[in-house]
Design a protein around this ligand. Structure first.
Ligand code: ARG
Length: 377
């Protein structure tokens, strides 16, 4: 292959090289088609489809998934997500096929619709919207936000951050593009969609697409005064969905929250909202010594508040004890089906009370399987 490229003139060789790099891997495609037919006996034997896919790749450098393949591929990508404790319901993922959408405006509009359908008035539905894949010579669009909904982090002159420090770089970026936020702690960031040509599109999300929950505590009325809130739908938007060698760079997906993600990380981490000292002080705990376990006590009350608030608002949320048990059920089912369930211990074990959940007390296989949600450079 290399000699052949070298025999071309330099200009051609660049074009050919680019084409080859972007041409999808036939073996990956074949492996996926076989998996699809093995797990979907109703689709019949794979031979005819395999021939068709191989011919398309030879001719066009790529092939197109049927809707059934896309739906299955997206669900298996969730099943293969080794960091996710919530995979018991992988078969219930709703797949919105928006491969025909190729404009930045179209992506923004469909993301808004995704958020409305996924939030579903509080009964959250795991959903993925799949936009156009990368094809030879024409990369797909991308969403630059880490999630469809995130809160701005404004850097102040004295080096602090108002809002979510995790979003400080992204907030710098959108401010440089002309976005002006209100300067609050929970300002929803605009969506940024980048297309191959032309500058990125900035788009503010309409309020009715952003379901949020104010955080209150079942026993401490003062808790509401902290002014904490969080969004109901975690929709990761910066990973590629890879199926059978095809990369869908724009495929935002969501599940529902496990309380500890918010109560033990987003609102608690020192480099996020850092609320433990505030909560501990209001609780009247002795913060002068670690041995009072004021951090632990504050963590528990913050997590009680998060779970209580979502419940009160009628928004789907799970707790880490229930979800840990469900995960082991999922693992057992996968083993029974003759599959390995890849799992990363350091992500599966919840960030509070790890040892009080059953997922702590064992190790896991962790092979990298595809289809998958992956980060590309
Ligand atoms: N941990 C992330 C967050 O706090 C969300 C990751 C996905 N979580 C989920 N429950 N599907 O926003």
């Amino acid at each position: 292959m290399r000699t052949w490229i070298r025999s071309l003139r330099p200009f051609d060789s660049i074009a050919v090289q680019t084409l080859i790099e972007r041409t999808i891997d036939v073996r990956e495609a074949e492996r996926f088609i076989r998996l699809f037919h093995a797990e979907n006996p109703a689709a019949g034997p794979p031979q005819a489809r395999l021939r068709e896919v191989a011919a398309d790749i030879a001719r066009y450098g790529t092939y197109a998934h049927t809707f059934a393949e896309l739906e299955f591929g997206a669900r298996v990508a969730w099943r293969n997500s080794n960091r996710c404790i919530g995979r018991l319901y992988w078969r219930s993922l709703r797949v919105r096929d928006r491969r025909q959408v190729t404009s930045a405006e179209g992506v923004a509009i469909e993301c808004v619709e995704h958020l409305r359908e996924a939030a579903n008035g509080g009964r959250i539905r795991p959903t993925v919207t799949v936009f156009a894949p990368d094809v030879p010579g024409r990369p797909g669009l991308r969403i630059l936000n880490e999630q469809l909904i995130r809160y701005a982090g404004y850097r102040t002159a004295d080096g602090r951050v108002v809002g979510d420090p995790r979003q400080a770089d992204f907030t710098d970026l959108v401010r440089a593009s002309g976005w002006r936020g209100a300067g609050g702690r929970f300002d929803v960031l605009p969506l940024v969609v980048r297309s191959g040509r032309g500058g990125p599109l900035l788009c503010t999300l309409p309020g009715d697409a952003v379901l949020e929950v104010p955080i209150a505590h079942p026993h401490y009325p003062w808790f509401e005064e902290l002014g904490l809130r969080w969004h109901a739908v975690p929709a990761i938007s910066d990973l590629c969905l890879e199926i059978g060698g095809i990369c869908y760079p724009c495929a935002p997906f969501n599940g529902w929250y496990m309380g500890a993600e918010i109560g033990a990380r987003n609102l608690a981490d020192v480099d996020r909202y850092d609320q433990l000292p505030v909560v501990a002080t209001r609780l009247g705990l002795d913060t002068s010594t670690e041995r009072s376990l004021w951090r632990d006590h504050a963590l528990v009350e913050l997590n009680v508040a998060v779970l209580h608030s979502f419940e009160r608002a009628g928004v789907t949320m799970t707790d880490h004890h229930t979800e840990a048990r469900r995960f082991l059920t999922h693992l057992a089912r996968e083993e029974k089906a003759g599959r390995v369930c890849p799992a990363d211990w350091s992500w599966i074990v919840p960030p509070i009370s790890g040892g009080a959940t059953p997922v702590f007390h064992r190790y896991y296989d962790n092979p990298a399987l595809t289809p998958a949600f992956v980060r590309h450079k």
